[in-house]
Design a protein around this ligand. Structure first.
Ligand SMILES: *Cc1c(COP(=O)(O)O)cnc(C)c1O
Length: 360
């Protein structure tokens, strides 16, 4: 029996996808070899790669003037690639600081340009998104970067910033494909695959074409979006198997009814978990402002933290895995991505209620 996996990343994958990958592992559709053993230039593999891109385009309704890139180096490499590619002769960029991932993006960008932190919730320990009206934006910013969902703090934006002509750049790693999204509002969207897309080893970048081709002098070939765009993400050998598996996940999402349907399920799952936390009479709590509570990553603490170890041990014995919070914040965290079934959340809620009853 498979356990329910609440890991923040690498995270749960749909069981149906794993079973299909298993069935095709040794001999892909009668071709006599595994996808892992195929040349990335072969017709069979190119068809797999193109189908994956098309399915992602369909799911997210990505406009045709956007390139979809399947790259390596994780979301973290994007922290450098973004300024290298998007400064385009400018010397400063705007960043919003809503948690640890924003902070890492800011630190990396400082190597390349003047970073203007338009707003930060750090003094408040990252519990809310600073009100848009309070942002101190720079009119000459090359772009504005923000993190729509802070995976560690469980803080989610409840709006898409309206920044006019300034390209909007967003780290969607932990919330891409969770809900429908108007891609046309963005200059660039990126997401490490290991949260809500597929296996680790891949980062998906969706970038507006007109932003390409003005790379910072000295940018390595491999860090130039234009090179990857011009070569169909096959300038060098891509992460072929992760790309294939991500394609299976895109197909699975289509079969589930697409992002509208996933959003309904995701909101229902999150509501159940927050209700369990808020209804525990203080046994469990979540510090995030209601409007900014993440539907994907739900951190919570036990009022009596001496019970943490027992909670985790008993959860594991009940097939509820990876509920420990990030090492930087402690407590618990349940990541309930698309691939975590609603029954998994129901099982977690039952366990939490029972645990509170026995230990309250
Ligand atoms: C996990 C995560 C990252 C880092 O991803 P890597 O692929 O490990 O580099 C960056 N941003 C966010 C929001 C994340 O959740």
């Amino acid at each position: 029996m498979r356990a329910y996996n609440f890991c923040a990343g690498p995270a749960a994958l749909p069981q149906a996808v794993l079973e299909q990958a298993q069935a095709e592992l040794v001999d892909y559709q009668g071709k006599g070899l595994s996808v892992m053993e195929m040349s990335h230039r072969s017709n069979d593999y190119v068809a797999i790669a193109e189908q994956a891109e098309q399915d992602l385009r369909d799911l997210m309704q990505i406009p045709s003037n956007y390139k979809v890139l399947f790259l390596q180096g994780g979301a973290s490499q994007q922290f450098a690639m973004i300024p290298m590619n998007l400064l385009r002769g400018k010397t400063s960029a705007d960043y919003v600081n809503t948690g640890m991932w924003s902070d890492k993006a800011i630190k990396e960008a400082k190597k390349f340009c003047q970073v203007n932190v338009v707003a930060s919730d750090e003094a408040n320990n990252f519990k809310a998104v600073p009100a848009f009206e309070s942002w101190q934006r720079n009119k000459d910013a090359a772009y504005l970067h923000y993190t729509p969902n802070e995976t560690i703090h469980g803080v989610q934006f409840d709006f898409i910033p309206e920044v006019g002509d300034v390209p909007l750049v967003a780290d969607y790693s932990s919330i891409i494909l969770a809900e429908p999204l108007d891609v046309s509002k963005f200059g660039l969207i990126y997401a490490g695959a290991q949260k809500n897309i597929g296996p680790a080893g891949l980062v998906v970048v969706i970038v507006r074409e007109d932003l390409l081709g003005q790379t910072l002098k000295g940018t390595p070939t491999m860090l130039d979006y234009k090179i990857h765009a011009d070569n169909g993400s096959m300038y060098n050998t891509p992460s072929t198997y992760a790309w294939y598996l991500s394609g299976l996940v895109f197909k699975w999402l289509k079969q589930q009814g697409g992002l509208q349907k996933m959003a309904q399920i995701n909101h229902r799952k999150a509501a159940k978990l927050y209700a369990a936390i808020d209804g525990s009479g203080g046994f469990y709590s979540n510090p995030v402002a209601i409007a900014n509570r993440s539907i994907m990553n739900i951190p919570f603490v036990l009022a009596n933290s001496s019970l943490d170890k027992t909670f985790l041990k008993e959860a594991e014995a009940n097939q509820l895995l990876n509920l420990a919070g990030h090492r930087s914040v402690g407590g618990m965290r349940a990541s309930i991505y698309n691939a975590v079934p609603e029954e998994g959340v129901d099982a977690l809620v039952s366990f939490m209620q029972d645990f509170a009853k026995r230990n309250g």
